[in-house]
Design a protein around this ligand. Sequence first.
Ligand code: ADP
Ligand code: TYD
Length: 202
Amino acid sequence: MFIAVEGIDGSGKSTTIAELEKFLTSRGHAVHRTAEPTGLDTGRAIRELLGQKSERPYTRHELALLFAADRLRHLEEEVEPALAAGKTVLTDRYLFSSLAYQSVDLPSEWVAALNRFARLPDTVIYIEVSIDTALSRLTRFRQNAEIFETRGFLEKLRANYERVLTEYADQVNIVRLDGEVAMGDIAADIEIRLSGIFPKKS
Ligand code: ADP
Ligand code: TYD
């Protein structure tokens, strides 16, 4: 089973994924946890470009191509082998991140075309959060907000995610989690929302 976790910056993705991993493990899944951008060469190139200290200029087209390249490498080298070994793959960001982020300032058809060979995940877990909550977490907890994290950008991003979730609703199992719940309640919320979808493996 291939599960992708998605959400805008500051949605609490990392925190939620840690709880999702515990939940799935308790249900008998052998979880392979991973993320995009990856730790592979392709992902490192992206982080270098996006990093605060980067002085190298890049175009949004180049970035979209790099994310797509990183995804295909991720699939081939990590995701597919783990799935073939019977693991449940849990990735922090995947295809919908490109469809939402890169489509903010590029034609969405072009972004989708670049990602044509990236298979769909079985399930997308989307963490829903208000822009105010996301911004307050980002400014409270991080010294340097990345380029992506201004209010206008987050609003467009959130709208793009909604569009993509609707567009793929009949092809992917989509689960929405409430990103506004208090930290201490995330595990219980996951239990309530996901128990029906991920029954205990025997
Ligand atoms: P993301 O991976 O989406 O950027 P993180 O999980 O790193 O988000 O969360 C960003 C910050 O917000 C972290 O410092 C975390 O402690 C805090 N945070 C995450 N989830 C919640 C929550 N449900 N309630 C309050 N604070 C949270
Ligand atoms: P990451 O370091 O995982 O940030 P976060 O912890 O907030 O998830 O990802 C770096 C940034 O890359 C993040 O702002 C989202 C963006 N991104 C895209 O624009 N397109 C993509 O396809 C992916 C996977 C990430």
